[in-house]
Design a binder for this molecule. Structure first.
Ligand SMILES: C[S@@+](CC[C@H](N)C(=O)[O-])C[C@H]1O[C@@H](n2cnc3c(N)ncnc32)[C@H](O)[C@@H]1O
Ligand SMILES: [Zn+2]
Ligand SMILES: [Zn+2]
Ligand SMILES: [Zn+2]
Ligand SMILES: [Zn+2]
Ligand SMILES: [Zn+2]
Ligand SMILES: [Zn+2]
Length: 425
């Protein structure tokens, strides 16, 4: 994906005019090599999930979409799902079932309809499962689509206490079902709405609690008017926040497009700017600030339970995933019990291993571990790095120093040339 990102450009200027697949307007891309432009699905890069592909110059022509469409979620279907949910909820846990094949909650007496799906059936659906569908639904972890990795309880609690201390009364969880579930069940002072591409959530919620939404083209995928739905949602209260956890590898430009649309709707309705919290790795900081100049990176390490690299077990470095926000960092208190402290000089909360450097004028660590100031580089660097004379900067001590190799080899070859000359003479 990193490679792809380097060579593929995404063009958001004319999104409204792009052809649509079942995930809303497609995105217009161009490849670095020949610059030829093409439209492709905004939600999925995996052709099995959505095979939409069209060269830009073909767009006037008819194109056939021969693929399995996602369901069409009409008001009628929503109503049916809602009444089935109520029916199932009224039953005892042992009489409730869920089919992973049909993505459906149903009463056990209807099991005959799922005989071919025996291995995909789950029974004993308790109340906790009904109110925490992310724990019931099989996580989808393809790298080219949803990438469903869930936060640890500690991380969820940290987010919630940040929202509470900011006095947030409405929250949009965009791709963050676990936070949404906890707030709906346990935090009565915050009103939360989940927006997500995973339509399996629909059957668990009324429409003010969940909308089937694509964050890469700002499109509500249900049969309704995107503008009206978003305007209703975004004009609710003054103190509104947005928590956005995009799938890994997703492009930032389309996300910036969606955030800008949200801001425009708030402005049109004379509401305060949204307090935004966007989750991405710390090494994307420069790219984030390029696309979203209002955002700064917080020191908080976001932990995941089911991600090999980004969870809190067996890792030595701590999660590289951070929160980016447009809120003044002095107001975003990070949990002392998780080893964060307030830096008076910086006027922001930082990780306890992050020491204030008076030469740089800030707490400079990015990866959550100790940095030290290098007088030659005139900046703070990772503690494990050493200043290399060949490279004229701090590097890993065991780096293959091409600079000193070049120098040494040119010294050697000059010496050899000298020897040859001597021999000739
Ligand atoms: C990395 S997971 C985040 C889950 C989160 N950590 C939690 O614990 O709730 C990404 C989330 O974004 C959703 N998602 C993926 N692509 C999306 C899209 N194009 N539009 C909206 N949501 C999307 C996934 O379904 C998933 O819920
Ligand atoms: Zn699509
Ligand atoms: Zn089934
Ligand atoms: Zn500091
Ligand atoms: Zn420094
Ligand atoms: Zn140095
Ligand atoms: Zn070197």
């Amino acid at each position: 994906m990193e490679e792809e990102n380097k060579t593929i450009t995404v063009h958001m200027e004319t999104l409204d005019l792009h052809p649509q697949c079942s995930h809303g307007p497609t995105l217009l891309f161009s490849r670095g090599t020949d610059g030829k432009k093409f439209y492709s699905c905004a939600a999925y890069r995996d052709k099995k999930k959505c095979p939409f592909f069209l060269w830009e110059d073909q767009s006037g022509e008819k194109y056939v979409q021969q693929f399995e469409r996602d369901p069409i979620i009409s008001k009628m279907l929503r109503y049916k799902l809602q009444s089935r949910y109520e029916l199932v909820k009224g039953l005892k846990p042992e009489d409730r079932m869920y089919c992973d094949k049909c993505n459906q909650l149903f009463p056990k007496i209807e099991k005959v309809n799922h005989l071919d799906h025996e291995e995909m059936l789950r029974d004993n659906i308790d109340d906790y499962n009904l109110s925490h569908p992310s724990q019931l639904l099989r996580p989808i972890q393809e790298t080219k689509g949803e990438s469903q990795y869930f936060f640890t309880d500690t991380t969820i609690d940290a987010f919630i206490s940040i929202f509470k201390s900011l006095g947030i009364t409405s929250l949009i969880c965009l791709g963050a079902p676990t936070v949404h579930e906890k707030i709906v069940c346990e935090v009565s002072e915050i009103n939360s709405t989940l927006l997500d591409i995973d339509h399996r959530h629909i059957q668990f919620y009324e429409c003010n609690r969940f909308r089937w939404f694509n964050m890469f083209n700002c499109h509500v995928l249900e049969e309704c008017d995107t503008e009206i739905v978003l305007e209703d949602l975004l004009s609710q209260t003054e103190s509104m926040a947005l928590l956005l956890d995009p799938p890994f590898g997703g492009r930032l430009e389309p996300i910036a497009y969606t955030l800008k649309k949200f801001d425009e709707i708030r402005k049109k309705n004379n509401k305060n700017i949204l307090s935004k919290f966007l989750i991405l790795p710390y090494f994307m900081e420069r790219h984030v600030i390029n696309c979203l100049p209002e955002m700064t990176m917080l020191d908080y390490k976001v932990d995941y339970v089911n991600h090999k690299k980004f969870n809190d077990s067996g890792r030595n470095k701590g999660s590289p995933i951070r929160l980016f926000t447009n809120v003044n960092q002095a107001k975003v208190a990070l949990p002392v019990e998780e080893n964060y402290k307030f830096c008076e000089e910086c006027d922001r909360w930082v990780c306890s291993e992050n020491f204030h450097c008076y030469q740089c004028g800030g707490c400079m660590s990015k990866n959550g571990r100790k940095y030290i100031h290098c007088n030659l580089c005139k900046k703070c660097v990772k503690k494990t790095w050493k200043h290399c004379k060949g490279c004229r900067k701090c590097c890993l001590p065991d780096h293959r120093c091409t600079n000193s190799i070049i120098k040494r080899s040119s010294v050697n070859s000059n010496a050899k040339k000298g020897q040859k000359k001597q021999k000739k003479n």
